[in-house]
Structures are given as structure tokens and as C-alpha cells.
Design a protein around this ligand. Structure first.
Ligand code: ADP
Length: 578
């Protein structure tokens, strides 16, 4: 139980001081060891000074009593001095450092009293350990030195107790070595001291060496991981996009510099507060929807919405939100990356305004050009100059193309601003399809446009706009089938709908592009293909919007290289409705 007493050679015989350190893991072990040291002293008539914390002084006295030693008697005889370590410290600490003069005076005088009559003195001290616990390591080391100095003036045996847990962590490596250096002997803590045979000691040391080596490797690994982490933190911090994280309740847990810049809140202000603080009041219900998806482990991609800055102004952001998992894979929160779209939106608006203005400006001279061209054509017909007429016909075709482009641009900007107007009437779909077919047939020498099916369906809507859709689909069918020679058109009835079908045998469209064709400016690019096709990528967008506005649907079925079939539906005209 108690530490073997051979460890406490006391130098009373030699008149030299002995300054050793006892490391310990539990109070029980410390008391075992110190009571053996102190008890042996009391038995041989040494004087004893205990400079310790109150609990340690009390436990020690209890133990000594239990061992049959009469502490009260020894105290009355001036053989046992028990002093509170903190109080003693406060007597000689000046500006967080032990003052050598005062130390020698205070501690020296206690030792002198104890040593009366030539008694050897045994001391158990914890003042250094207290300074260590307060993290005043410089003062602790200095005090150890002062004790050593004092040992030159008085002969005593000093046991310093240090709790082992005070040395956790890499940072203490050197200081621990220094403390060991300060003492003439070092007594290891119980996990080693309790082993009895030399074999066990060797085994324990070997194990410790192995443990130390693997810990060092682990520390190196963690340092590398920490550096990688710091690197990532730096990336997050320097990002132009707001990057934040939140727990499952939506409480913000991290906030980067861009988030502070974009939303106007500093990290200190907002970490710990709910993310809904950033939501525009009319967008608050988005929170539950987003979190439901996060809980299912889904990611919310490029979600455009409105948020509010600290100053109350609104901003448009595009957010991507992904679940955060802990090491066991449980979802514990979410990270959000938000891009400020306010400027982009503004730019888009200006672009739309520009398109609208430019197409208006282009339209005026075009109309007049077309007018004069008509006059010239009529005049030249009477002169029968075939060559001149041929040139004029080609000019006319080009002017028509240009007019179509400008009209498309105009329509585009009108759709954007909701100003595209519709003149609705009841009409026969077959006749319209026939007209469009003839119209487009006149522009091509390579393709036959074949009307394969008719229905006699009547629809209600803007005849010109539907004609525009048909012409657009037919032109595309010709344009994107340079090696084919026909385009098939069918009109059918399907319950309460009319269905128009334009089929070509051209280059076709790969699946991944199909859902995007009806977006503004979308054009399929086929890397590696030499041939390019003229166009602005807005015809299908306009057609889609027109059909949608009529309560119909426009879609495509195609495979790359195998032609394309565009279909659209329109509600049939019904008596009494509309
Ligand atoms: P564009 O002016 O480029 O023809 P559209 O809006 O009419 O614009 O069409 C968008 C894109 O869809 C085209 O650029 C083309 O890549 C593809 N596309 C349209 N029609 C067809 C078709 N019949 N066959 C293959 N690709 C087509």
C-alpha cells in the first residue's frame, strides 16, 4: 500500500539536504506516500513541516493518527508544523513572483524553529504545485530554485507533490523535464510506483516508450490535419460567397467574412442566433421546407430567394444548402453557401431593357427598307429585268430574316415585362397549319414539308401567335436537318385537345439538353461538330411561352442523331366557353 520506505533516504546523517518530487495521479496515492515519509520522520524524532492544501493536511493527519502517531502531541512539542500552502505563498509572492528575501525569511524561520535542538527536518510542500495549477509556471520553477538555495543553508528533506494531470499536453514537455531537473530524485506516480519487480518496471517503461512513440506520431498526424483545416478555414474566410453553418434547429454556428459583408452582421452578433433572422418575412416558411430536405440528407441546390440585411434592405441570393454529418454519419446541421445576386439581377434588368430598346430602334429602319423594297419590286416588274428582280427577291428574303430576328427580340422583351398581347379568336387549326407550311415551303429548296394528318379541329386563341410557333418549329426542323429532305407535320385530336406534331430527321437532341431548350438563349453545342447553326436561342422560349399562355404544352422527343419531334397541344374550342 504505502510506497516502499527505501525511497525516502533521509540525509539527516550526512547533514545534506534532499529535494525530491513525488508525482501522483490520485490523492489516495499521494497521502500513502507522504504519510510514509512524514510518519518515518516522526518515529525517528525528526521535525516535520507540512505546507499543503487544507484537504491534504487533514487527510494526512487522519492517516498518521490511523498509523498510531499522535499528531497533536507532536504539534504541542514543536515537532509537527502544519501550514496552509496558499497562505504561506501569499506571504512572499510579489507581482506574481516569489520574492527571494521574503521567502528565505518566512520559510527559513519556520525551518529554523523546527530544527531546534539539532533535529533533522522533513518537509512536504505543495506551494509550487499551487503555482503550477494557476498556470504561473515561471513562478513555480523559480520557487523550486529558491527551495534548492535554502537547502544550502539548512539541512532538510523536501518532498514536493505534483499532480500528474497538471502536465497533460505537448506544451508541458519541456517544463516537465525542467521540474524533474530541479529535484535530486523523481518519484513516479502510482501507475509505475506500485509495480514491484524489476521485470515489471522494465515492461512498464517499454510500454511507456511505445506509447510515447505512438503519441508523437499521433501528434504529428494531428498537426498535419490541423494545418489542412487551417488552410480550409482560410479558403472559407477569403471566399466571396457567404458561407455559414447552422444546427438542426437553425441556430447559426459559423459565419465567414463574406457573410458579414453581405448581410451586415458580424460573426459575434449572429453566431448563436436563428438563421431565420436573415429570411424576408414572406419567406419564413422556406425554413421548414429546407430543413425537412436537409434532415432527409438531401442538398438544396442554387435556390434563388430573398433575404434581409441587418439594415432591413432586401437582397436576392442564390443559396446551396448541404447537410453536415458527424463522424458516425448522423446529420447534425447544414452548411449554406449564399451568392449575392442583387448585382446580377440589376445587370439582367439592364440587359433586358437594352434588348427591348435596341429591337425597337432596329425595327423602324427595317420597316421602311421593306416598304421601299416592295415599291422597287413593283416598278421593276413592268421593265421585265429578270436579273434585277432576282436580286430584289434575295434582298427581300434577307430583310424578312432580319425582320423575324428583330421581332423575336421584341417579343422576348415583351414576354419579360408581361406586355406580349394576344388577340384571341376562334379559328381552324388545319388551315393555319396549311398556311404556315406553304409559307415556310417557299423559303426552302432542300426540304419537302408534308402534312400527313388533319382533323378539322377548331381552337380559340391568337392565330398569328400560334402561326409564329408553327413557323418557328418548321424553320428549326429544316435548319437542324441539313442532310434530310423532308419534314412531317400532323394535326390530331386528343380528347379535349388539339395536338400538332412537327417531325424532322436531323441531328436530334441528346437527353441532357432537352429540358433546357425552352429556356432563354439556350443553344445546344456539340463539341467536335464543325457545322454551326445560326440563331439566337430564343425561338423555342417564345414558342413555349405562347403555347403555355394558351393553356397548352410544348415538348420534344428526340435522340441524338435520330431526328426530333416537337409536339404542342391547344385546348379545343368549346361552344359556350370563353
Ligand atoms: P435557335 O435560334 O438557336 O434555333 P431555338 O430557341 O429555336 O433557338 O432553339 C434552341 C436550340 O434548340 C437550338 O439552338 C438547337 O440547339 C436546338 N433545337 C431546336 N430545334 C431543334 C431540332 N429540330 N433539332 C435539333 N435541335 C434543335
Amino acid at each position: 500500500m504505502a510506497t516502499t520506505s527505501k525511497e525516502f533516504h533521509v540525509s539527516s546523517q550526512t547533514g545534506q539536504s534532499d529535494h525530491f518530487v513525488q508525482f501522483y495521479e490520485t490523492d489516495g496515492f499521494l497521502i500513502d506516500s507522504v504519510s510514509a515519509f512524514i510518519g518515518a520522520g516522526l518515529r525517528t524524532g525528526d521535525a516535520v513541516i507540512v505546507l499543503a492544501t487544507k484537504p491534504h493536511r487533514e487527510s494526512l493527519e487522519e492517516r498518521l493518527q490511523g498509523d498510531g502517531l499522535e499528531v497533536a502531541v507532536a504539534r504541542a512539542r514543536g515537532q509537527y508544523f502544519s501550514i496552509d500552502a496558499a497562505e504561506a505563498l501569499s506571504g512572499f509572492m510579489v507581482d506574481s513572483s516569489p520574492e527571494p528575501g521574503r521567502f528565505a525569511e518566512i520559510v527559513g524561520s519556520i525551518i529554523a524553529r523546527a530544527a531546534q535542538g539539532g533535529r533533522h527536518v522533513r518537509i512536504f510542500g505543495e506551494m509550487v504545485a499551487l503555482l503550477w495549477a494557476e498556470e504561473n509556471r515561471a513562478a513555480a520553477l523559480r520557487l523550486e530554485e529558491l527551495w534548492s538555495d535554502l537547502g544550502k543553508a539548512y539541512a532538510f528533506s523536501l518532498c514536493c507533490g505534483y499532480p500528474m494531470q497538471g502536465f497533460g499536453g505537448e506544451a508541458y514537455k519541456e517544463e516537465f523535464a525542467e521540474i524533474c531537473q530541479q529535484h535530486s530524485r523523481v518519484l513516479p506516480a502510482e501507475s509505475y510506483a506500485r509495480l514491484s519487480s524489476p521485470d515489471e518496471h522494465l515492461r512498464a517503461i517499454t510500454l511507456l516508450q511505445q506509447k510515447a512513440a505512438s503519441l508523437e506520431a499521433e501528434i504529428a498526424r494531428r498537426k498535419r490535419a490541423e494545418e489542412a483545416l487551417l488552410h480550409q478555414v482560410a479558403i472559407v474566410e477569403s471566399s466571396d460567397d457567404a458561407i455559414l453553418s447552422k444546427d438542426l434547429e437553425g441556430i447559426i454556428t459559423s459565419w465567414n467574412a463574406a457573410a458579414a459583408r453581405i448581410y451586415g452582421y458580424s460573426a459575434e452578433e449572429i453566431v448563436g442566433r436563428p438563421v431565420t433572422l436573415l429570411f424576408a418575412p414572406d419567406r419564413r416558411d422556406e425554413f421548414a421546407q429546407i430543413m425537412a430536405r436537409i434532415r432527409r440528407g438531401e442538398r438544396v441546390d442554387h435556390f434563388e430567394t430573398l433575404r434581409v440585411r441587418k439594415d432591413g434592405t432586401r437582397l436576392t441570393v442564390s443559396v446551396t444548402i448541404s447537410p453536415i454529418k458527424d463522424s458516425s454519419g448522423t446529420i447534425i446541421g447544414a452548411s449554406a453557401i449564399a451568392r449575392d445576386m442583387t448585382e446580377r439581377k440589376e445587370l439582367d434588368k439592364r440587359k433586358d431593357e437594352f434588348i427591348s430598346m435596341a429591337s425597337h430602334e432596329l425595327k423602324t429602319p427595317l420597316t421602311s427598307l421593306k416598304g421601299f423594297l416592295g415599291l422597287l419590286q413593283r416598278r421593276l416588274t413592268t421593265q421585265a429585268d429578270q436579273q434585277a428582280l432576282h436580286y430584289l427577291a434575295r434582298m427581300d428574303a434577307q430583310v424578312n430574316r432580319l425582320t423575324n430576328l428583330v421581332n423575336d427580340l421584341l417579343d422576348l422583351s415583351k414576354i419579360q415585362t408581361g406586355q406580349l398581347d394576344y388577340q384571341e379568336e376562334r379559328f381552324e387549326l388545319d388551315a393555319l397549319v396549311q398556311e404556315a407550311l406553304e409559307n415556310v415551303q417557299g423559303t426552302t429548296q432542300t426540304h419537302h414539308l408534308l402534312l400527313e394528318e388533319q382533323t378539322g379541329a377548331e381552337v380559340f386563341g391568337d392565330r398569328d401567335r400560334i402561326g409564329q410557333v408553327l413557323i418557328n418549329l418548321l424553320n428549326n426542323a429544316i435548319k437542324y436537318s441539313p442532310r434530310a429532305d423532308r419534314v412531317l407535320v400532323r394535326v390530331a385530336k386528343d380528347r379535349n385537345k388539339a395536338l400538332v406534331c412537327v417531325q424532322d430527321f436531323g441531328i436530334g437532341i441528346a437527353k441532357e439538353h432537352q429540358h433546357k431548350l425552352f429556356e432563354r438563349f439556350y443553344q445546344v453545342t456539340n463539341p467536335g461538330e464543325k457545322k454551326t447553326y445560326p440563331g439566337l436561342g430564343i425561338g423555342l422560349y417564345i414558342s413555349y411561352q405562347i403555347v403555355k399562355r394558351h393553356g397548352g404544352r410544348l415538348w420534344v422527343e428526340s435522340k441524338k442523331g435520330e431526328g426530333a419531334t416537337f409536339r404542342f397541344t391547344l385546348p379545343l374550342f368549346q361552344e359556350g366557353k370563353r
